[in-house]
Design a protein around this ligand. Structure first.
Ligand code: ATP
Length: 138
């Protein structure tokens, strides 16, 4: 069985990380999943949320991911995300402004309008970014 596990998180704009890790938790659309080295291969889509991983020193780290796809192999987890940022890269003021905009739109749009759904997803992205940025000690 393979002993190393490489985590790669990529967006259309950038390489977010490429690192050897001990364990990865990610927000699959069917539920959060965890991967250790030697995992059975699978593919899944991702919903907006957080990737939590332990690096090779045992330190926990958080990454925001807005959704995308993940390929799991015994020695590698590849995440292709629409957008993603490490916890330290999140601009919390920007996320708070995005939350305010989304809340205003939600108050203006009717629930059957596509803009209402867009605003709801934008609000969820902003809330998750704020929660991750405010997490201490990771
Ligand atoms: P905003 O309305 O502030 O652009 P958004 O949720 O619409 O937020 P995305 O479409 O998910 O933004 O991302 C667009 C780009 O901006 C991506 O490169 C993403 O990493 C970056 N980004 C978005 N919000 C933040 C943030 N709060 N801090 C750092 N980078 C961000």
């Amino acid at each position: 069985m393979a002993e190393v596990l490489k985590l790669e998180v990529v967006t259309p704009e950038k390489y977010v990380i490429s690192e050897d890790v001990e364990i990865v938790m990610a927000p699959g659309t069917l539920g959060e999943f965890g991967v250790l080295s030697g995992h059975t291969p699978f593919l899944t889509s991702l919903k907006p949320g957080r990737i939590n991983y332990k690096d090779s020193t045992g330190k926990e780290n958080l990454i925001f991911v807005s959704g995308g796809f993940s390929e799991v192999l015994p020695d590698r987890v590849t995440i292709l995300a629409e957008s993603a940022e490490r916890r330290q890269e999140i601009d919390i003021d920007r996320a708070r402004a995005a939350l305010e905009r989304a809340q205003k739109r939600l108050a203006q749009e009717k629930a059957d309008n596509i803009n209402f759904d867009r605003a709801k997803i934008a609000m969820y992205r902003a809330i998750e970014r704020i929660k991750i940025a405010e997490t201490q000690g990771l």
